[in-house]
Write a protein that binds this ligand. Structure first.
Ligand code: GAF
Length: 376
């Protein structure tokens, strides 16, 4: 059943319209967002569609093709709605907190973004609903302000201490482009990212190892980075350049904290280098940067698991130009930059390696850069 049919079934009426927002793959720039740094995501073709129609003022109901029960709420406060519908209630709350007169609405959602895989299924849900409510209510919320509102829904209402990467990607990406985002100024540059023209593809390999970042590990990484910035006397780790890294590390006593800082500072530099190479049309050459990013996440930031390391190593062994985990970590997906005609070979090799290791089989598919949130 699609979102429109779900709307008809639940509410016995036609929706006013359909709005869609995608999941994302982050090409490079992991955990740099909450350090005021740089990220380079692109939107997935997989997306959440929200069918939305009016309801009386102060009343919201949401149902989903993947859930049994619809959830209704009024002028809600954090803590009231929990579970999957909290992402929707959080958006209503955050828009109202930002001073907007959010229209009452009936909402039905349907998504083909894999859940809990580090591909931003929650940001896709938030962004589709936010875009719909803004349009439906004729609210004056400029595009560049929308990700921070959706992020606030996730941080304060849902209670996950995430950065602005996922919501920015879902809302601001453009088809055929990667989004170069400065997470301090929110300035963006749309970088052409047409791999097919180069005979290349990005293969996404879902490790199918469980992924969950509303937990201690993500928050612990964030705390460690913020504490390091405080010790180093800078507003955020973004303010340490690659040239200053050794000096900065020498001023930190804690070995674990030193590794966390090294990941963030080197990762910001890798994003900037990746952007330069893409702009110069040297797409294959970004491969080593992707692989170095993975090594940094594995050894310094310590957010990978055996399944994702095996997918990366195997993809590289069978000829990927570069490969890395994408997203928050502790499971989730790997992306590999490959020749377009090698997708089956790489997928088969990873499947075999997983079988030999006794892991749950992976799922792999090639992706192109899709559009950001939009009315359909
Ligand atoms: C998750 C978070 F939601 C993002 O804000 C970002 O920190 C990412 O992990 C890691 O780059 O997706």
């Amino acid at each position: 059943m699609n979102a429109q049919d779900a709307f008809r079934k639940e509410y016995g009426a036609e929706p006013s319209g359909l709005w869609a927002a995608p999941g994302r793959v982050n090409l490079i720039g992991e955990h740099t967002d909450y350090n005021d740094g740089f990220v380079l995501p692109f939107a997935l073709p997989q997306r959440t569609v929200a069918a939305v129609g009016p309801a009386p003022a102060g009343e919201w109901t949401v149902c989903s093709t993947s859930q049994d029960e619809a959830v209704s709420f009024g002028r809600t406060e954090p803590g009231e709605v929990t579970g999957w519908a909290a992402y929707v209630a959080g958006v209503v709350w955050a828009l109202r907190e930002a001073g907007h007169d959010v229209p009452g609405a009936r909402i039905a959602v349907d998504s083909d973004v894999p859940l809990g895989s580090g591909l931003s299924s929650s940001a896709a849900l938030e962004s589709s609903v936010l875009t719909a409510l803004v349009d439906l209510g004729g609210l004056d919320v400029p595009l560049e302000q929308r990700p921070a509102i959706a992020q606030r829904a996730e941080n304060v209402y849902v209670g996950a201490p995430t950065g602005i990467l996922d919501q920015s990607a879902s809302i601001r990406c453009r088809e055929g482009h990667a989004l170069f985002l400065d997470c301090r100024s929110y300035e963006v540059e749309h970088i052409p990212f047409d791999l097919a023209a180069e005979g290349l593809a990005i293969l996404v390999i879902n490790s199918n190892a469980p992924h969950q970042h509303v937990d201690g590990e993500y928050g612990a990484r964030r705390k460690s980075c913020e504490e390091a910035a405080r010790i180093l006397g800078v507003p955020a780790l973004r303010d340490i350049t690659g040239a200053e890294l050794d000096d900065a590390l020498a001023r930190l006593d804690d070995e674990v904290m030193r590794r966390r800082v090294r990941h963030i500072v080197t990762e910001d530099d890798r994003v900037l280098e990746t952007v330069q190479l893409l702009k110069a049309g040297q797409v294959r050459e970004i491969g080593p940067l992707l692989t170095a990013s993975h090594a940094s996440m594995r050894d310094d930031f310590e957010i990978t698991v055996a399944q994702v390391d095996l997918a990366v190593d195997t993809a590289l062994e069978v000829g990927a130009y570069g490969a890395r985990m994408t997203g928050g970590g502790f499971g989730g997906c790997v992306l590999a930059l490959i020749d377009a005609d090698k997708a089956d070979v790489v997928t088969g090799a990873v499947e075999q390696a997983y079988a030999e290791a006794g892991f749950t089989p992976p799922t792999a598919w090639t992706v192109t850069a899709g559009p950001g949130a939009t009315k359909l």
